[in-house]
Design a protein around this ligand. Structure first.
Ligand code: SF4
Ligand code: SF4
Length: 474
């Protein structure tokens, strides 16, 4: 994979001196990229992905699910609501599994189809495309934008720049608002915005995220992919010669050269590339795909689309620039099914199945029993008594009643809790509770007991809490 060149040249002169012009910048100056608009099947796919992903992001918080916001990360209550599923702190394991699956998917899809994520689904790409779209509405396509930037300030330039930044800022603020709406109920947040009563943290995150969107998608753009994104650096380690990448078919395209459509280029000793540089002009990262695979390439397919239009105009076959594997480019058969794909696919499927089974078999009830720290035990008329605090979590989104029983010692019984315990929907209650056992049943200092809690309306929902019952040391 080729690296970006010329980023940091050193002092060319020897020790002790050299001309002033030997001193060169250690950092490559940024040259603004003005991607030209293009159309084609990959760009239509990308636009579809953009509308679906942005639609999902902006609309989901407004959708109600089971009477609640469909996705809400309620940090103060330490509960995540995701389309009818509620994740409690003890479900962290499932979230960790989700993250592992996301990482593994990245390996799987990268090995299969290269930087599919970067070109079609990465938020940086999606928001940059949305911002570019607004930039084109306000300032026009590539040539007009270049001309406008080079021109002195005029009323028209001011008007166009103001229109662009107004759209960007409104869109960025809406993005920041939506982001906070995943953590604070979005309708309540909307009301707070309307009456200027946003809390300090909500205000901070709303403006911070808006600012980050405006900066990343409006100004940094491809620099995030080239200089900041770690994935760009290590993704080549996941590639092999059967990974789909955007490639220029040099065997077919070279030698390059301009020619009239009527010229028999084969007879003139020319390849199919007419050296129009359109593939460079449409590239959002400003590279030339004809220089070979480069880590800056986000696999957006814009160069493939525009080159196909050039091939159409010239009456040549499509695919001079195309998604292809290195094997395919060398005229060898491509292999989709290869060991790493089988390993990633099997792991991913196994984890997904385990996750689904785990989620569907979660007990919607959790019990914790904490022994009183001050008094180990008491001798009463009824026997030996231990005091506990029981924490009962009802993870269902409806109130439930629970029956309590204690086992582990003959004659062990619960006192201090009258009848069934009622717990409100999605709540945790702390109940002081006593266990009493006849003195004759208690065998020394340490006795293991179990308190079983069962849903009174659903006997299959039970949870056991193990505890230590302390008696006189004999
Ligand atoms: S768009 Fe196609 S024909 Fe034009 S320079 Fe690029 S590879 Fe060559
Ligand atoms: S080289 Fe082609 S596929 Fe890669 S980023 Fe540029 S336009 Fe997109």
């Amino acid at each position: 994979m080729r690296q970006r060149s010329g980023a940091c040249r050193q002092r060319a002169g020897g020790a002790g001196g050299g001309a002033a012009d030997d001193l060169v910048a250690m950092y490559q100056p940024h040259e603004k990229v003005y991607p030209r608009e293009t159309d084609g099947r990959f760009q239509r796919l990308r636009r579809l992905a953009m509308f679906l992903l942005l639609g999902f992001y902006y609309l989901t918080p407004w959708i109600q699910w089971d009477g609640r916001q469909s996705i809400l990360f309620d940090l103060p209550a330490r509960k995540f609501y995701v389309f009818g599923l509620t994740f409690w702190p003890q479900d962290f394991f499932f979230l960790a599994m989700l993250l592992i699956m996301a990482g593994l998917s990245l390996f799987f899809f990268t090995a299969l189809a290269g930087r599919l994520w970067c070109g079609y689904a990465c938020p940086q790409t999606v928001w940059t495309d949305a911002f570019l779209m607004m930039e084109r509405w306000a300032e026009g396509d590539r040539a007009k934008r270049m001309k406008l930037d080079a021109a002195p300030w005029t009323v028209d330039k001011l008007r166009r720049k103001a229109a662009k930044h107004t759209m960007w800022i409104v869109f960025a603020l809406w993005t920041g608002f939506t982001f906070v709406g995943y953590f604070t109920p979005v309708r309540q947040l909307g009301a707070e915005v309307m009456d200027f009563s946003l809390g300090p943290w909500e205000s901070f995150w709303l403006f911070f995220y808006s600012f980050a969107t405006w900066g990343n998608a409006g100004f940094l753009r491809e620099q995030v992919c080239i200089y900041m994104c770690p994935y760009a650096r290590f993704q080549s380690a996941m590639f092999d010669r059967d990974t789909l990448i955007v490639s220029y078919d040099a065997r077919r395209g070279d030698p390059r050269g301009a020619r009239a459509r009527s010229v028999d280029h084969a007879a003139a000793g020319l390849g199919d590339c007419i050296d129009c540089t359109l593939c460079v002009q449409v590239c959002p990262t400003g590279i030339d795909i004809r220089d070979g695979l480069q880590y800056e390439c986000i696999a957006c397919g814009a160069c493939a689309d525009v080159c196909d239009t050039v091939m159409d105009r010239m009456g040549y076959e499509h695919g001079l620039v195309r998604y292809a594997t290195e094997h395919e480019m060398d005229g060898e058969p491509a292999r989709v099914l290869r060991p790493r794909m089988i390993i990633y696919g099997t792991l991913l499927t196994g984890l997904f199945v385990a996750w689904m089974i785990g989620i569907s078999n979660r007990t919607p009830l959790r019990v914790d029993l904490l022994h009183d720290r001050n008094v180990l035990y008491q001798q009463t008329d009824e026997g030996i008594e231990n005091v506990y605090t029981m924490k009962l979590s009802n993870m269902r989104e409806e109130p439930r009643r629970f029956d309590l029983t204690a086992t582990g010692l003959d004659g062990l019984r619960i006192t201090g809790v009258e009848g069934q315990v009622e717990v409100a929907a999605g709540s945790v209650v702390s109940i002081p509770m006593r266990l009493v056992a006849p003195e004759t049943a208690v065998d020394g200092l340490r006795n293991d007991v179990i308190v079983r809690v069962c849903d009174s309306a659903d006997a299959s929902v039970c949870s056991d809490a193990e505890a230590r019952f302390i008696g006189p040391d004999r």
